[in-house]
Design a protein around this ligand. Structure first.
Ligand SMILES: [Zn+2]
Length: 607
């Protein structure tokens, strides 16, 4: 089978244009179909990347060929003897981990944004020549793609040149960063890991990143492979790459890949040389690192059956994102705790925050985590002001489901088994050989059986209730068995209007805009709504900053006169205030508990 060759150049950084030249040595006899994915695995939303193709043309032996458009993302090149050449330009100006970005400082792309799929040839080797633009030869290149070593030519690491993937699926699962980034290397369980940081970050403590990342990776490899300690990505690359873009505030997130992850954060999240304690923001960033790395097992190799293989031209519906995102969210912080990057107190505080967040929204009473997973494409990924009243997050509720199962298994087996055993079982039966010729995914019907096999616990009934209904999970009772006290104390004394206000940076200076009016609570009952701008409470001006202060002068049950603008029309309502922070719970480890409970708690939190 001939190899496909893509040549990609950051052709015009000022216009944010990548140029790609695709060479297809033997195109399909009846004409060649080409397309770009509609979505990127890991981010479950139709994004129609083809909209960023600015110009595209086909040619053969120097002659222009007809290139007809079939739909929003598919082209058909007229038949030709080959080689068929497709030249196109892509606009790359999205500062996120999901698409592509290019300016004079750096370039970043996901293959799903820049590499056309050549229909019928998805399984042949795909080669990529990453070429510099004139004036940018000094840039470095970071990717987990395999470098092609040409005879008699010494290749420098981190340089422009020829890379290769065994097929299209692999090609688009190795993002590429280019520019003048800083980098660091570390090993975890003997496997090479690279950290790349793009963006101006004065006095970045790279050594701290190396040592903290190494702890996270080691703990995770040992969780899944306690005997062999083999890193999961070695089936696809000789290294794992953390590609981090650090900018000013505003962008945050990560996207998992089989041998790398793309991260974007604020430079303020990253540690400064000499800073001794970890800031909350840095700990949250480490949680993101832990989350994306955990995906190397859970979703990049252990996958829902419908993702094996992905259908990239349309939505891929699965009711299982609670397992792939929720369980990953459960383990991200738990791993930080187990490897000493978070204290027990910090862990319990974070867990209490997740529980409070889930209990806060009435959407949890309307949507199960299975439905939330299935509808991720139109609901979770396309949230609006009413989402807290209408949907539940398969991340947060999914992580509580993982906690629930973990505590149940540990309780029922007196600490002999845990959710760790279930994860290892999934790894052995689905993940370990996924890229070694056995690509089989997990079906929702087999999960209870897999739990039984791996933990001896028959949790069919519990699993069904927890995933397919909207019942609250009995966490308070279960946590008590681990010596964890649960208390529902309000965090502040001001009575509640039952709203979430818009982040003040997103509003006109000082304006207090309702982002969400929680269903059934004070504002909603009195007729206030999302997007209303609060003007005054009992005749006193309300701003984004003084709402709580104003409310502290009242008691729950008091009625206040509220003036607000809906669009440009003034409205006035009488609102009876609710008790403060009804949904805020806190967790703490009790000192005086029986030894058996203490032992269970230690097993859970220390691993
Ligand atoms: Zn995730």
């Amino acid at each position: 089978m001939p190899t496909l060759l893509y040549q990609i150049t950051p052709a015009d950084p000022h216009a944010h244009l990548f140029e790609v030249l695709l060479t297809i040595p033997s195109p399909a006899l009846q004409g060649q179909t080409l397309s770009l994915p509609a979505w990127i695995p890991g981010s479950y939303m139709i994004r129609e990347f083809a909209k960023n193709i600015v110009t595209i043309e086909a040619s053969c032996e120097g002659k222009r060929l007809k290139l007809g458009k079939q739909d929003k993302q598919t082209w058909l090149a007229a038949k030709c003897p080959g080689p068929l050449m497709i030249r196109y330009q892509i606009y790359a100006w999205d500062l996120s981990v999901r698409t592509a970005h290019l300016d004079a400082n750096h370039g970043f792309f996901n293959g799903s944004s820049v590499f056309l799929r050549v229909h019928g040839l998805e399984e042949v080797p795909h080669r990529v020549h990453i070429k510099p633009a004139a004036g940018y030869e000094h840039w470095k290149v970071a990717t987990a793609l395999a470098r092609v070593h040409e005879k008699n030519i010494k290749t420098k690491p981190w340089s422009f040149g020829v890379y290769e993937a065994p097929n299209y699926d692999a090609l688009i699962d190795h993002p590429v960063e280019m520019g003048t980034f800083v980098q660091a290397h570390f090993e975890a369980c003997g496997a090479a890991h690279e950290i790349v940081v793009t963006g101006h970050v004065p006095n970045l403590d790279l050594a701290r990143l190396q040592s903290d990342f190494a702890k996270i990776c080691t703990a995770q490899i040992q969780l899944f492979e306690p005997k062999t300690a083999v890193a999961p990505f070695l089936d696809s690359s000789d290294r794992y790459v953390f590609m981090t873009q650090a900018w000013g505030d505003g962008n945050y997130g990560g996207l998992e890949h089989r041998a790398s992850t793309a991260l974007v954060c604020s430079r303020n999240d990253l540690p400064v040389v000499g800073q001794e304690t970890a800031s909350d923001a840095y700990r949250a960033f480490l949680g993101l690192v832990s989350h994306e790395y955990f995906h190397t097992w859970n979703v990049k190799r252990i996958k829902p059956a419908v993702f094996a293989p992905y259908q990239l031209e349309k939505e891929n519906y699965t009711p299982l994102l609670w397992l792939f995102e929720g369980f990953t969210s459960y383990y991200d912080d738990l791993i930080l705790l187990r490897c000493g990057l978070m204290s027990e107190e910090q862990y319990l505080r974070a867990l209490a925050k997740t529980i409070s967040g889930v209990l806060r929204s009435r959407g949890r009473l309307k949507q199960s985590v299975a439905d939330s997973s299935f509808d991720a494409w139109t609901k979770y990924y396309r949230q609006d002001e009413n989402s807290p009243n209408a949907i539940v997050s398969y991340y947060t509720k999914g992580s509580l489901l993982a906690l629930y199962l973990d505590l149940l298994i540990r309780t029922q087996t007196q600490g002999k088994y845990s959710l760790d055993d279930f994860m290892r079982h999934l790894w052995i039966h689905f993940g370990r050989n996924f890229y070694k010729g056995q690509p089989r995914g997990v079906c929702e019907q087999e999960i209870a059986e897999l739990l039984l096999q791996s933990t001896t616990c028959d949790l069919r009934k519990e699993l069904k209730l927890a995933t397919e209904t909207t019942q609250d999970l009995p966490l308070e009772r279960l946590l008590a068995g681990f010596g964890i006290a649960w208390s529902a104390k309000p965090e502040r004394s001001a009575p509640s209007l039952g709203i979430r206000t818009r982040n003040s940076t997103a509003t006109v200076a000082g304006e207090c805009v309702i982002a969400t009016a929680f269903e059934g609570e004070a504002a909603h009952r009195s007729g206030l709504s999302a997007l209303d701008i609060l003007i005054a409470i009992d005749g006193l001006r309300v701003t984004a900053n003084n709402l709580d202060t104003l409310l502290t002068r009242y008691q729950a049950g008091d009625t206040v006169r509220i003036h607000a603008f809906r669009r440009d029309e003034l409205i006035a309502v009488n609102t009876q205030l609710d008790p403060p922070g009804r949904h805020t719970i806190s967790l703490s480890a009790m000192e005086k508990v029986p030894v058996a409970k203490k032992r269970l708690r230690k097993g859970w939190l220390r691993g």
